[in-house]
Design a protein around this ligand. Structure first.
Ligand code: SF4
Ligand code: SF4
Length: 156
């Protein structure tokens, strides 16, 4: 049987009936589906403002787990890593992945069935092919001029 997600501190179906600004810290954290896509490098078109995700991952992303390898002290290595909060989501939602729960709720959309909060399993984001598991290249090995070759289609 697969591992179930922890629901301690979470109100039932809070993502459907609580505004983002009213969620408690456990609920806010539980919104993250663990896809790892916000840890991919992005290319932003200066003229149109359009953002494209690439498969070129941040140096700290572990693409087997899709988690940050040094989450607690990541700012020592990646000072500009964003800490997403309810009060800065307006600034950042536009570049978040289209399947990201924070962006979906900010846009007034529902979560997908593969989201761990709905499926109950942290594995479904990988099984549905949404996460970056096993699909990234290193930013150390990939010159910036080549990033365009690694653009991925959203939302998958
Ligand atoms: S894109 Fe959103 S849901 Fe996916 S890892 Fe980042 S914060 Fe979590
Ligand atoms: S430092 Fe960690 S959390 Fe931040 S983008 Fe890199 S892998 Fe993701």
């Amino acid at each position: 049987m697969s591992e179930l997600i922890a629901r301690k501190g979470l109100s039932p179906r809070f993502w459907e009936n609580k505004p983002l600004t009213k969620m408690n810290p456990d609920e806010w954290e539980a919104l993250c589906d663990g896809c790892g896509k916000c840890c991919l490098n992005k290319l932003e078109d200066e003229d149109s403002g359009e953002v494209a995700l690439t498969r070129v991952a941040c140096r700290l992303l572990d693409d087997a787990t899709c988690r940050c390898a040094h989450y607690e002290n990541r700012h020592k290595f990646v000072p500009d890593c964003i800490v997403l909060r309810p009060d800065n989501l307006d600034t950042h939602a536009y570049w978040m992945p289209q399947t990201c729960a924070y962006r979906l709720l900010w846009e007034g959309k529902p979560l997908y069935d593969w989201h761990p909060l709905i499926s109950g399993s942290p594995e479904t984001v990988h099984e549905a092919g949404i996460s970056v598991q096993g699909g990234t290249v290193s930013e150390f090995d990939t010159p910036f001029e080549e990033w365009e070759d690694y653009i991925i289609e959203e939302p998958s």
